[in-house]
Design a protein around this ligand. Sequence first.
Ligand SMILES: [Zn+2]
Length: 1005
Amino acid sequence: MPTDYDKIRKDNIREYGEGTRHLSFLGRLYTDRTHFVFELLQNAEDAGANRIRFHLFDNRLEVTHDGRRFNERDVRGVCGVGEGTKNEDLTQIGKFGIGFKSVYAYTATPEIYSGSEDFKIENYVRPYPVPSKPAGNSWTTLFVFPFNTKKISPETACNEISARLCNLTARTLLFLRKINEIEYKLPSSTGGVYLREEIARGPGRQVSVIGQNNDKDEEENWLIFERPVKAPETLETVRVEASFRIESEDMAGMNFERIVKVKESPLVVYFPTDKATRFGFLIQGPYRTTPSRDNIPIDDKWNETLVKETAELLRDILSIIKDLGLLSVSFLDALPIRTEDFPKDSMFYPIVESIRNALIKEELLPADDGSFVSAENAKLARGADLRKLLRKAQLKKLFQSPATMKWLAGEITQDKTPDLRSYLIKQLDVEEISPDGLARKFDHSFLSDQPDDWFIEFYRYLSDKEALWRKPRWKRDPGGILRSEPILRLDNGNQEAPFKPEGTIPNAFLPPSEETDFPIVKRSIAADEQAYAFLKRLGLSEPDVFDHIVERVLPKYIEIGGDSISAAEHQADIEKIVRAMSSTSEAGKRKVIQAARRTPFLKATNPSGDTLFKKPVDIYRNTSELLRYFSGTQEVWFLNDEDRDVWHDLGVSSLPRKVQTSEGLPDEEKEYSTQTETIENYDLDGLEEFLKTIQEISNFEEQKKSASVLWNFLRDYLEMDARFFKAKYQWFYYTSHSKYFSSMIFIRLKNAKWIPTKEGSLKIPAEITLDQLPEEFLGATELMENLGFAKEIEQSKEERKRELAIEFNVSIEDIELLKNHPDEFKQFKADLATRNKKRPIFPSRQVPNPERRQERLAEQRSDAPDKEYEKRKNSVRITNSAIDPATWLRNTYTNENDQMVCQICKNEMPFRKPDGKHYFEKKEVLSRKHLPKEHETQYLALCPLCSAKYDVFIKTNDGLMVKLKDTIVSTEKYEIPISFGDEKTSIRFREDHLEDLKTILKEMG
Ligand SMILES: [Zn+2]
């Protein structure tokens, strides 16, 4: 029995009135009016249909499906406006509520033939009976939509609907549960079909969607998981879903499945919306949309609930994917790992956070050994050899972790998966271990624990990592870090550092072929060819004659003392040392000298006749000059062993030694200093006694002989060191200062009567003129000048200085200035050198994918706020950008040596703040007028000086601004010339910075 259409009609006239123009909005529900196709699909799905067919004619569209037949309730629903159209009733979307009404965009009189119902609707709400028209075959329901509206011609209707049907994709079917076939036919009798097949897989389902569309075939496989959600009010259960695309690959005859990231991932509300999620997978849920379905309200309680439930779902999915064997690097790449796509306040952030928390705590990251590890127990290795070197147990011990630590899979690298790597490090706090970082972790306890075989691996590993064990390059350079770590496994089982703290003296040797009692590297380890080659490059050698002296001969004199050594043995030792010192091996000799200087192995005698073993540096040669010079001194030791030239190299002296002291600064030289001042003054060993003794000699000839000895000593010293009579004073006031003053040696010589005259007496130097000096004292010009009694020479020297000054075009004052400020001059030279040569490396980064980058920027741009200025004292900018420009600039312009570089002077920023970060100023490239949008790329990182110059010379000049903007847009280079007044310089950009800036400027015209 068909429904009583007359009664419904009368009821509806009562409810909606005689006029129906107020219902004409029903034809304008959607911005895109072809959207009714999706509404009909949804109707058929709700009616439980398996198949649906769209048949388009020139003047009408016929839609048939095989779902449940119409009953009276359906007739009332399809003819009514109120029922099922309440906005809150989310579960009703697509039922015969407002959805069906979207057909009024193209028809004024829809007809429906289903079961015993055959009727058409006029004026939106008034049903009339019509003659029956069988749907045919197994179809149960037929809709006919004649194109008969006033506004749209049949031709337009036909074209628009045709385009929509052709543009459906197999994905349209993805989240449907009942319909598994959509077919369409166009007036041209072409058409297409979309099919869906599904099988259960784990707790989810695998859905294949296939499309044959105008000779274009497509097939996609998806894994879909769902989570039930209770809808408010109705308490009906709805679902949120997530779907991952699977691809199969044939590898070596085997079929491998993997989850792949999808590029387009609109939010799906049964059917795709215009809202991009930016995920590498799809999520579906009954989100509340705007009436025209083209947007999703973000601050909507229900939508927030759905996002939260989806976040929970995703968390569960991670473990399911792992159980299904699909948790791979490719899968991780589909997750929201590009954090710049998901700011904290974005709609889907809870999903991003949920996934991140799961990855941190649960074992969901592919490890190097094929298992899985949580981010908190994972380490990234820089280099595959590092992963090979350290296994799980070793990692655990090295990082002193209670849990088992694992390396992440080797596929995760800067080159192959840059986004994932950066996500792991920055968002999941996974530490990336570099060879250097690892070296710093090694300690005695860890190394002692490792088996011998491991050291062979370890030494092989180290052979191409020279930075870790390189030799010292300058004084006090400790060299590579491992030189002083106990990385050597010795034959006796001990762990030793390769070298003693001073740097180059080895603690152990390479094993010689014969037996030895030297400490040697374990023979079984050194037997490995590569390990041996490494140890050799490290600087170890087989023990030689030099080592024998350093390790065996000299220590005896300290340990048991020279007196316990027989004369014959002592003689033999002396011969060994002399022989070693006559070798051509400079390195070998250096070893011996270093050790021998401070070993008491030489016999020496003092004036009292005592003979003891003394260090070479404490002994004087047994010369008649020295004996004479020291005749008034008791505390002096002369060589007793046979004199050899080599002793001189070891420190036995033939001149009285200079003795350093920090006393003797005259009061008038003292300066105000805010830090510790240093005085480097010198006395001469035995000088005080000498000057006393010489007075007591009664015979003038003898006095003259003694004076002549000292005279010759002084002359020798002055030849070696023109500043021999100078002492140095250093103080600090704002900066470090220094000056020279007369040394204690000079003061003693100046004030004592020790210069013999022709007349036969001793006088102080100042009392004597040149013509009074005895013959044998003449000819030592330097000495005479220094002692200050030769006025004539002094004058001629002044003359020479003046001539030189003229020749080199410098003033004498400047020369004096240089001479008197040696430290300042040194600083000045160093500054010059830094400025000229040691420019820091300018940071560089190639732009890997310019198109994607421009696209992303364009998206960001449309969201970026206009700059707002508030009228305050200094017109302070109040807009906040998504990324803090200061942080961004710091990262962009800091090079790999942790130097932040100024974009204009290209020098390192001049100082660091107490937190260790460089101080710099961020400066807008262009003024607001020329760059009205807020974005971090519009800033420059400048040192304070360049920043001030930029303000003064560039930003005040509007003409320059325009020119600069044009140059930036058109340049092919990353360096843009500018002038600060007369000073020509340039702005240098990191490549990606300039590319982005260009894009933004171009966009704004
Ligand atoms: Zn600068």
